[in-house]
Design a protein around this ligand. Structure first.
Ligand code: TRP
Ligand code: SF4
Length: 404
């Protein structure tokens, strides 16, 4: 159980199964996930319990949305050989950690999370005065902390949730990381570093605690990270001993803010399922062409001869996602001089968009024909995630004192 743990290279993120992935989700999250999978040990999951917090009245569609989204992920290039892909509700350990964290979470922390009141306002037609909805960010904290990740890649809208996750971790470590013999155990762990590293550790610890030198803290962390002589528990002790806190059981993860390009919907507003202005990742090309043809442009271009301003046109935002430099120049000068028409302009963008989507759609069709494979990927992902989650829970239970 006590395998040595270096600097965590884990990354965790989830997506609610809201139906098919659209280009907004793709450019705002999924594409980034795909890049990260080759750099970190990634845990990506379908947050089906989170979908229930707002959609508990219409659960019939959840199952098809879950599978649709998994196929979208795989078709887009998430690779189950690199990343662990799973379904939240298939890893019930998330729920156990949620319940344990709920014991030490002040209600006021949940009430002051900005999305709580915002969403209640926005989704007025739903009754969100439920316990599950209030607990949404705490469930998210459990989702994250159970994999002890270094990073959580999310967009701006989720930063407050990760911030709260950090506060929960800090509080948990504060409450349960204070073993009675913490100091003695830490001193013993120092001896495992060997004489010279042990001496260096003590020196750095003093420098940080007495002079507040952040650099010393960082050096100290680097010194113990990945040391094969340390058990997980000793590593966590030495981390806490260095920082002057207790033992770190749940490390605080950092946000990895996803650079979110502007992805406008058909009406020029942000692309979002709730505005009904989306283009699906695996949508039929004819349907996409039709949507783009009728898409909003710069309202000043009423006639073909009227010059336009790309900055006022959502088609331009899409060009920036899909077109090469030459095309971008062609749009800028052609639009401003009325040298090109909107139909030509859209059709060039559309060609590039469809060229990217075409292989994704094809892979999606193959996966639809091979649901056994998809099922296997998820079953294996669920198990791999559970293995990690169980390890963390065991330490959590031990720290609380309920590992009988
Ligand atoms: N709340 C996230 C969203 O709406 C989804 C989510 C659930 C999540 N659990 C998570 C994201 C854990 C990152 C990490 O997008
Ligand atoms: Fe938009 Fe292109 Fe038409 Fe200009 S020419 S308004 S950028 S669609």
């Amino acid at each position: 159980m006590t395998k040595p743990r270096g600097p965590s290279n884990h990354v965790v993120s989830g997506m609610r199964p809201t139906g098919g992935v659209h280009l907004g989700n793709y450019h705002g999250a999924l594409k980034n996930w795909i890049e990260l999978q080759y750099e970190y040990k990634c845990f990506y999951f379908i947050a089906d319990w989170h979908a229930l917090t707002t959609h508990y009245e219409g659960t019939k569609e959840i199952e098809s949305h879950v599978w649709q989204m998994i196929i979208d992920w795989l078709a887009a290039g998430l690779n189950p050989a690199s990343a662990t892909i799973f379904i939240q509700s298939k890893v019930p350990e998330h729920a156990e950690l949620h319940v344990l964290l709920s014991m030490v979470t002040p209600l006021s922390w949940l009430e002051r999370v900005p999305t709580y009141k915002d969403q209640q306002e926005k989704l007025k037609e739903r009754d969100l005065a439920t316990y599950g909805f209030l607990g949404y960010p705490l469930l998210q904290a459990a989702d994250i902390l159970i994999y002890r990740p270094a990073y959580v890649p999310v967009g701006e809208d989720q930063v407050a949730h990760v911030e709260m996750t950090r506060e929960i971790a800090r509080r948990f470590n504060y409450l349960f990381g204070r073993e009675t013999d913490f100091e003695a155990k830490s001193e013993k762990a120092i001896t495992k570093l060997g004489a010279s590293k042990g001496k260096a550790y003590r020196k750095l610890r003093r420098k940080y605690q007495e002079q507040g030198e952040v650099e010393a803290l960082e050096k100290g962390r680097a010194l113990i990270e990945g040391n094969p002589n340390l058990t997980v528990a000793d590593y966590d002790r030495l981390l806490g001993y260095l920082e002057g806190s207790g033992r770190t059981i749940l490390p605080e993860p950092d946000v990895l803010l996803t650079p979110t390009p502007k992805v406008p919907g058909l009406d020029g507003q942000k692309m979002s399922k709730s505005y009904g202005n989306t283009i699906g990742l695996r949508e039929d090309p004819d349907s996409i062409s039709k949507k783009v043809r009728t898409m909003q442009t710069d309202p000043a271009r009423v006639r073909r001869t009227d010059p336009g301003d790309p900055e006022k046109c959502p088609v331009w935002d899409l060009h920036q996602l899909y077109s090469d430099q030459d095309t971008l120049k062609w749009v800028q000068s052609g639009c401003r001089s009325a040298g090109i028409g909107c139909i030509d302009c859209k059709s060039r963008m559309l060609d590039a968009m469809l060229a990217e989507l075409d292989p994704i759609r094809t892979r999606g069709e193959q996966l639809e024909q091979n649901l056994d494979y998809v099922n296997r990927v998820i079953t294996e992902g669920n198990e791999a995630a559970r293995d990690e989650a169980r390890d963390t829970l065991e330490e959590v239970r031990a720290a609380i004192g309920i590992n009988y």
